[in-house]
Design a binder for this molecule. Structure first.
Ligand SMILES: Cc1ncc(COP(=O)(O)O)c(C=O)c1O
Length: 292
């Protein structure tokens, strides 16, 4: 690891102006009374940084604002967050080793009993390596998410489709995958519809079309999957957002999980059954995603 981690704290003053201050990531910076810490009450984004460029910065900022709105948080000033992202990359200095980085944007409801100002920070650090998963693929199990596929419409307070800090369930699902001897998870709804991974979007190749679940079914709008679709469409391939049944998932010609950082990882087994592979395609697609 050659790139030193960078932390920028975003503090709102009494007039509503936001000060961006470089801070030591090795020293505690957040109050024990912060709602983000005590309740997971906040939102976040993880943005890949490759060759000094933040990937899909605008879609990530838009998703941060959308998640914040779903939680009734104050609207995050995106110009301040955007410039803090660039400032963190600048402060990290030149990346001679060509490392892949992640920059995390965290935005919480602030301090319990405080003055109702949100807490924010931007944290840049080295990520990966991801070669093992990109090249060797991942074994995946399907797990019941326990919700119908229409909860985003019927029960918006469940916050499906918001990138909240409450990832304890997602982490528990990954541990369950580990107990079943797998690397990752695809959540399915109680009515048998494919949702998403705990930190990834599902892409399935079905009858020659790249298909993913629409965000109307309570999954995150994946920025990496969107970039994959744009690349595929640019190369003449067909893409579609539609609900996918678990039976269709099992019959797909190929499957990938897409996320910032890892980009795409091919699924090599689904619930213990082998999934067809096209390593040359996956490797070329990863290369194009990294170069975007
Ligand atoms: C639940 C969930 N779905 C999908 C994704 C993929 O989104 P992106 O490609 O924008 O990283 C993530 C990534 O963090 C996630 O946490």
């Amino acid at each position: 690891m050659t790139v030193k981690p960078i932390l920028l704290m975003l503090r709102t003053d009494s007039s509503g102006d936001i000060e961006v201050r470089a801070a030591d990531p090795d020293v505690p910076q957040v109050s024990v009374l912060d709602f983000g810490v005590t309740r997971g009450d906040g939102v976040f984004e993880s943005i890949g940084v490759v060759g000094g460029r933040p990937q899909a910065l605008e879609p990530h900022l838009e998703r941060l604002a959308k998640s914040a709105a779903m939680l009734d948080l104050p609207e995050p000033p995106l110009d301040v967050w955007r410039s803090a992202v660039f400032q963190s990359i600048e402060l990290a200095g030149p990346d001679d080793a060509g490392e892949e980085l992640l920059v995390k944007l965290i935005y919480t409801r602030g301090i319990e009993g405080g003055d109702d100002t949100a807490t924010g920070w931007v944290h840049l650090f080295s990520s990966g390596p991801y070669d093992h998963e990109r090249e060797g693929g991942i074994s995946v199990v399907t797990l019941d998410r326990g919700y119908r596929s229409d909860v985003a419409t019927t029960s918006p307070w469940l916050l499906q489709g918001a990138k909240t800090l409450s990832y304890a369930v997602n982490k528990a699902a990954l541990r369950e995958a580990g107990r079943r001897g797998a690397d990752d998870v695809i959540f399915v709804s109680t009515d048998g519809i494919v949702l998403e991974g705990p930190n990834s979007t599902v892409i399935a190749l079905i009858d020659g079309v790249y298909v993913t679940t629409p965000s109307s079914l309570g999954v995150l709008e994946g920025t990496t999957q969107a970039a994959f679709f744009a690349d595929a469409e640019g190369r003449g391939a067909a893409t579609e957002y539609r609900s996918i049944t678990v039976d269709e998932l099992r019959a797909a010609s190929a499957l990938w999980l897409a996320s910032s950082g890892r980009q795409i990882a091919p699924v090599v087994t689904l619930d213990g059954v082998a999934v067809a592979q096209d390593p040359a395609f996956t490797s070329a697609a990863v290369g194009r995603l990294l170069a975007r």
